[in-house]
Design a protein. Structure first.
Length: 428
């Protein structure tokens, strides 16, 4: 998958050079193509929605492209093709679909929710099963991805929930915000994007994704997200939850892995909202779940549970150990001096072993932090900001450092000495 990852990086760079402040959307659109999911862009006119859709198609050579602006007066003939007069003479109602949406590999439908019911109903099977019912026959569609745009979302009373549900990936597109973008806007490349990817690439990723495992921690995360969504009255169908898991698997397959990682889930908030206003809240509780899952993963890497158990065991016996140590220093003896001496020796050995081991683990962990951004970039080529993502690992290290600090403090209080072999710079 390494050649494909390099081509994906080049494709992202080509799109970012032409579309400013669209880093996340660009990656989502490519992930949508690779996973076979439809993408809905919500935003005002003049935000380059259709231009971006054309550019994504151009990355794959631009063949099999179809786009149309839908209105309430648009007829099915304009989208699905005209009725064949030859077939009609034989009492068969068949459309000539070549060159229209059913035969397209990439498509862009503008103002999708403004079309009539005849078009919207015909879109349902095309969007979900990639099948078009042409008269009495069922035609397989080569559609890889349909991108649609709308200036506004449908009302619940409009009966469009089934169609809306078929757009797993949703993104609100706004106007440019930064001064630097307006400075660059007049010098953007005007030539078409190069054809860096192919249909075979998509087929290869999807085939590999079918064999990617969704490990138990990721299934648990998915269920936690579902529980949170239910509590917040977010309407997310079981079909969408399954598709979210499949997108995670596609991300893992793209990056050459056989198992989903927590870093394959980063775009999930854009697959959960019904209205754009809900996205900030969804991001907040998704990040809390994400950080908790990442912390578990990081603590497992550091084996913090094992060290925490050692620290807790001897901290709980601190007063008893103080008593034994006091009697030993006062040469007061006791009913079982050998047992007390053995307990102190066991405590000393276990704390030293745990402290020295934890110190080595923290040093290794900190060394990995220096290259963590590059590591994450290799782990998921579509991560928008690997440097910021790498900072999330600091939490686990800080917990490990607090644990080491408490371990050293306990050792010092019990044995009135610094733990040997544990020289650690806590200011790092």
């Amino acid at each position: 998958m390494e050649p494909l990852k390099k081509n994906i990086e080049a494709a992202v760079a080509a799109l970012e050079a032409r579309f400013l402040e669209r880093e996340e959307l660009i990656r989502l659109a490519l992930l949508g193509v690779l996973s076979g999911e439809n993408v809905l862009l919500v935003g005002p006119p003049g935000t380059a929605k259709s231009q971006l859709a054309r550019a994504v198609s151009g990355l794959f050579g631009g063949e099999g492209w179809f786009e149309y602006l839908l209105t309430r007066f648009t007829t099915p003939d304009e989208v699905f093709g005209p009725v064949s007069l030859r077939e009609l003479k034989q009492d068969r109602y068949v459309r000539q679909t070549e060159g229209y949406l059913p035969s397209a590999r990439f498509a862009f439908l503008d103002e999708i929710f403004k079309s009539g019911s005849a078009i919207l109903n015909a879109l349902l099977s095309l969007l979900n099963e990639r099948v078009y019912y042409n008269g009495r026959s069922k035609e397989a569609s080569p559609l890889l991805c349909l991108l649609a745009a709308s200036n506004e979302l449908p009302e619940e009373t409009e009966g469009l929930s089934a169609l809306y549900d078929r757009f797993l990936i949703r993104y609100e597109v706004g106007f440019l915000r930064h001064m630097s973008s307006y400075e660059r806007m007049f010098t953007l490349p005007r030539e078409p994007v190069p054809a860096l990817l192919s249909v075979r690439d998509v087929e290869s990723v999807r085939e590999r994704a079918s064999r990617v495992a969704l490990p138990e921690p990721m299934v648990m995360l998915l269920f936690q997200l579902k529980t949170e969504a239910d509590e917040r009255d977010l309407s997310v169908s079981d079909r969408r939850w399954r598709k979210i898991g499949d997108v995670w698997r596609t991300s893992a397959a793209l990056n050459g892995r056989d198992e989903v990682s927590i870093w394959d889930t980063v775009f999930t908030p854009h697959m959960l909202w019904d209205v754009p206003e809900a996205l900030p809240g969804i991001r907040e509780w998704f990040e809390s779940r994400f950080d908790a899952a990442l912390e578990v993963e990081s603590e497992a890497e550091l084996h913090l549970a094992r060290y925490a158990a050692t620290l807790e065991r001897w901290t709980s016996r601190k007063q008893e150990l103080f008593g034994h140590q006091f009697k030993k220093e006062m040469k007061a003896g006791g009913s079982r001096p050998e047992a007390a001496e053995a307990l102190l020796s066991q405590c000393r050995d276990e704390l030293e072993t745990a402290g020295q081991s934890l110190r080595r683990a923290l040093v290794r962990f900190h060394e990995r932090e220096r290259g963590r951004a590059d590591e994450l970039r290799r782990l998921n080529v579509l991560l928008p900001d690997p440097a910021s993502a790498a900072a999330k690992y600091v939490t686990a290290r800080l917990r490990g450092e607090r644990m080491l600090h408490d371990m050293l403090a306990l050792y010092r209080s019990l044995f009135d000495a610094d733990m040997p072999g544990v020289d650690y710079d806590f200011t790092l």
